[in-house]
Design a protein around this ligand. Structure first.
Ligand code: PAF
Length: 292
């Protein structure tokens, strides 16, 4: 596996693979790889001849009060993990490489941003100002740097997944976006790098997120058509002593706007975000409303 640090070297690497008529897949990550990421990598290995995994803790998607400085970083461990999986390239640029003008005294960059309007108005976007603009900007740059035919994302970050699909469609990127279902611990907790922040008591209580999205699924599949009733079913499950609920919402899966009365055949996204202390966890599920 090649460890690549610069955009020029990454683009040259991708061009060389393309010259050999290989298909290319990209798995963008923030690193600190866990089983959830590995599922993305395995999908990429099935989808393309050549797989690049990017490892970049992107500062522009963290708010000023968020955990950018403390976000877990383990470049050496990630490198070993990816080498063992037979990944072709690990792209691990510096912040200065991805954002060349970040330290410019006169006019610090980036000045060019990519954003997808309206899809960030609810769910996480309502609480993390600028987060999705940071994500869509860095994903655009990673796609230009790594030149893939397909890019693989986790459905655990459901809002991100929907936004990136729309980004690629609206801006005519010739790239297929593939979603991989959430990987869970045996007790249902979605795998996340932030699970490492939980103390044992919080970790035990954190299964309420899975209980909540399962309750939403059961309610919708059982014929419930009022979004508020589905939300109440989720909130009931989130009543753990240390759970501080940020949101429990049901939105249309395409527009990400609140759903009131659920229409037969409509695809919806039921999603929750919960704090345990300073640790913010999310979970969600895509559900099709049954046709009568
Ligand atoms: O989902 C993530 O890990 C990040 O948001 C991504 C897509 C790698 C962009 O930094």
């Amino acid at each position: 596996m090649e460890l690549i640090r610069t955009v020029d070297a990454m683009q040259a690497h991708a061009d060389a693979a393309r010259a050999e008529e290989k298909t290319l897949a990209l798995v963008p990550t923030l690193g600190a790889l866990h089983e959830g990421h590995l599922a993305l990598v395995r999908t990429a290995l099935e989808e393309a001849d050549h797989v690049t995994v990017s490892v970049f803790v992107n500062p522009t998607q963290f708010g000023p009060e968020e955990d950018y400085d403390d976000y877990p970083r383990d470049l050496e461990g990630d490198r070993d993990t990816l080498e063992a999986l037979d990944v072709d390239a690990m792209f691990a640029p510096s912040v200065e490489e991805m954002y060349p003008y970040v330290n410019d005294a006169a006019l610090p960059g980036p000045l060019a941003w990519v954003s997808v309007e309206h899809l960030d108005e609810h769910l996480c976007g309502a609480y993390r100002e600028g987060h999705f603009r940071g994500v869509t900007t860095v994903v655009t740059k990673l796609l230009h740097a790594c030149k893939p035919d397909v890019a693989v994302f986790g459905e655990k970050d459901a809002q991100q997944y929907v936004i990136i699909q729309r980004l690629v469609e609206d801006l005519l990127f010739d790239i297929d976006i593939i979603g991989v279902p959430t990987v869970r611990e045996p007790d249902g907790l979605a795998r996340s790098s932030r699970n490492a922040y939980l103390d044992p008591d919080e970790r035990e209580q954190a299964t309420v997120l899975y209980d909540a999205v399962t309750a939403a699924e059961d309610a919708i599949r059982g014929g419930e058509q009022e979004a508020q009733a589905v939300v109440r079913a989720m909130e009931n499950k989130l009543a753990a002593p240390d759970a501080d609920v940020q949101y429990a919402e049901v939105v249309d899966a395409n527009t990400l706007q609140p759903a009131d009365h659920l229409a037969p055949g409509q695809e919806v996204l039921a999603a929750v975000a919960v704090f345990f202390g300073d640790t913010r966890l999310i979970d969600n599920t895509f559900v099709e409303v049954p046709r009568a």
